[in-house]
Design a protein around this ligand. Structure first.
Ligand code: ADP
Length: 189
C-alpha cells in the first residue's frame, strides 16, 4: 500500500496515503472548495455525494449569510452523514489566475494550511484531521510544489507548542499525487 507515517518531536502523527477522504473517521475532514461553496466536482463533489444533501444546504446558507469566501478563506459545516464531526471548506489558490502562481500562490496555500490546522484545533477542538492535496486538482498547482508547501506547513504546525491536534492525515485518491507527497515527505523528512 502506498503510504508513509511518522511522529513529530511534539507527538503529532503525520501520515500520507492513497484513499477516498470521504471514508476517513477523523474529527475533521477538509474540503478543497470554491469560493461559493458549490460542491460540484473533484473532492468537493465526492464529499457532497457521500455526506448527503445537508452539506450543500449548510454551505449555501453560509454563503447567503456571509457572502463568498476569499481565496485562502475557510469556514465549516457539519459532516452530514460522514463519520467526521466537521468539514472545513478551504478555498485554495487557482494556479496561474490573478497572480496566484509561483511564489504568491504557494504562500497563499501555505497560510491557508496553517489556518486550517489552527481552526481545526482551536475553533473545532479537533484532535485529528484528514486533508486532500488542495489546489493540485482542478486548480492546477504542480504536484511537487503542492507537496513541498504541505510539508512546510505540516512541519511548522506540528512542531509548534501545544498544537491541539494529535493526528494529521494527508489522504488523496490520486496515486500520482500520493507518490509526489511521499517523495517530498521522505526526501526532506
Ligand atoms: P482543487 O480545485 O483545489 O484543485 P480538487 O477537488 O480538484 O481541488 O482536487 C484536490 C485534490 O483532491 C486532488 O489531488 C484530487 O486528486 C483529490 N481528490 C479528488 N477526489 C478525492 C477523494 N474522494 N478523496 C481524496 N482525494 C480526492
Amino acid at each position: 500500500r502506498l503510504s508513509l507515517a511518522y511522529r513529530t518531536a511534539k507527538g503529532v502523527t503525520v501520515s500520507v496515503y492513497l484513499g477516498d477522504i470521504t471514508r476517513e473517521d477523523t474529527d475533521v475532514i477538509v474540503n478543497a472548495s470554491d469560493s461559493k461553496l458549490r460542491h460540484g466536482g473533484g473532492v468537493a463533489g465526492a464529499i457532497s455525494v457521500a455526506g448527503g444533501r445537508e452539506i450543500q444546504r449548510e454551505s449555501t446558507e453560509y454563503i447567503q449569510q456571509n457572502g463568498e469566501l476569499r481565496v485562502g478563506g475557510i469556514c465549516h459545516t457539519t459532516g452530514g452523514r460522514l463519520k467526521c464531526r466537521h468539514i472545513i471548506h478551504a478555498v485554495g489558490p487557482v494556479w496561474g489566475r490573478r497572480g496566484h502562481y509561483s511564489r504568491h500562490g504557494i504562500e497563499t496555500l501555505y497560510k491557508l494550511l496553517l489556518d486550517v490546522f489552527e481552526y481545526a484545533a482551536d475553533v473545532l477542538k479537533a484532535k485529528s484531521i484528514s486533508i486532500p492535496a488542495i489546489s493540485s486538482g482542478i486548480y492546477g498547482m504542480p504536484l511537487d510544489l503542492c507537496a513541498h508547501t504541505f510539508h512546510r506547513a505540516v512541519e511548522a504546525f506540528s512542531n509548534s507548542d501545544d498544537t491541539g491536534l494529535t493526528e494529521i492525515r494527508i489522504v488523496n485518491i490520486d496515486a500520482d499525487a500520493v507518490g509526489a507527497f511521499i517523495l517530498e515527505f521522505c526526501g526532506a523528512g
